[in-house]
Design a protein around this ligand. Structure first.
Ligand SMILES: Nc1ncnc2c1ncn2[C@@H]1O[C@H](COP(=O)(O)OP(=O)(O)OP(=O)(O)O)[C@@H](O)[C@H]1O
Ligand SMILES: [Mg+2]
Length: 233
């Protein structure tokens, strides 16, 4: 906003000043008060006068960007550490999910889920359909234990997720986000999310399942630019 007003205003002022110099200087030149050289010098001084002013605006913008970034850094530093969670680490996960009278709000009592109960047996599918903001993504976030619920219980394989080891719980949930986010780096890092446990072979397998990854390139996985426009990786 500031930028879009400031720059056109400075441009306009510069052009107007230039016009004024030509207008007045031209008159004086014909009256014989000044030489040609003086007019030319004045015309060259005008842009030089505006250059530092424009520089100040540029610095101000950099400062604003830095302030926005530092705000995010401080937000992160202030964030409360996640509760430890339980230590339930089953040998085998069946994948049964049950919500028992779940109440959840991101902020105070602004309930997103009110007394939600459902059960998905292992091996079954469930499609959640609802308007934007109804709370579909919230349900997935809750299954992964990203937010603590206020009332009720969420059970995975019959065990409350608060008793699960959070790492183990999240390891067995695969989420495909509706908003695509690519981390800086190559496609391999984006597929494996930087986890050393994911082998090259598995990354390649995953890349081959995604139809958008450009397979004509010699090695889609190692090519950092390939990810910029494909999105789905
Ligand atoms: N991190 C958050 N903090 C506060 N409120 C949030 C947060 N995430 C989502 N909400 C709010 O919770 C409500 C449910 O959001 P959610 O993303 O679950 O909806 P959705 O059903 O997935 O919608 P969409 O169809 O647009 O994906 C919305 O009103 C949203 O504004
Ligand atoms: Mg959503």
């Amino acid at each position: 906003m500031y930028h879009s007003l400031y720059f056109p205003f400075m441009e306009l002022s510069g052009v107007m000043l230039m016009g004024l110099v030509i207008w007045i200087g031209g008159g004086r030149l014909f009256d014989g008060y000044i030489e040609w050289g003086v007019l030319v010098a004045m015309l060259q001084y005008v842009p030089r006068f505006f250059m530092p002013i424009r520089d100040i605006a540029d610095r101000f913008m950099t400062l604003q960007v830095a302030m926005a970034s530092s705000e995010r850094i401080f937000e992160l530093l202030k964030a409360e550490p996640e509760p430890e969670g339980g230590d339930h680490r089953p040998e085998e996960v069946r994948g049964e999910i049950e919500f028992q009278n779940v109440w959840f709000a991101y902020v105070d009592e602004d309930w997103i889920l009110k007394d939600v109960s459902f059960r998905v047996d292992a091996g079954n599918s469930l499609a959640l359909v609802g308007a934007t903001g109804a709370g579909k993504s919230t349900i997935i976030n809750l299954v992964c234990g990203f937010y603590p619920i206020q009332k009720g219980a969420i059970l995975v394989d019959g065990v409350d997720i608060r008793e699960w080891d959070p790492e183990e719980l999240r390891r067995c949930v695969g989420v495909v986000q509706q908003d695509v986010f690519l981390f800086a780096g190559d496609i391999e890092t984006n597929i494996s999310l930087g986890s050393p446990d994911v082998s090259d072979e598995r990354v390649r397998q995953a890349a081959n399942v995604v139809p958008d990854v450009n397979r004509d390139r010699p090695s889609p996985v190692d090519d950092p630019e390939c990810g910029q426009d494909t999105g789905s990786a």
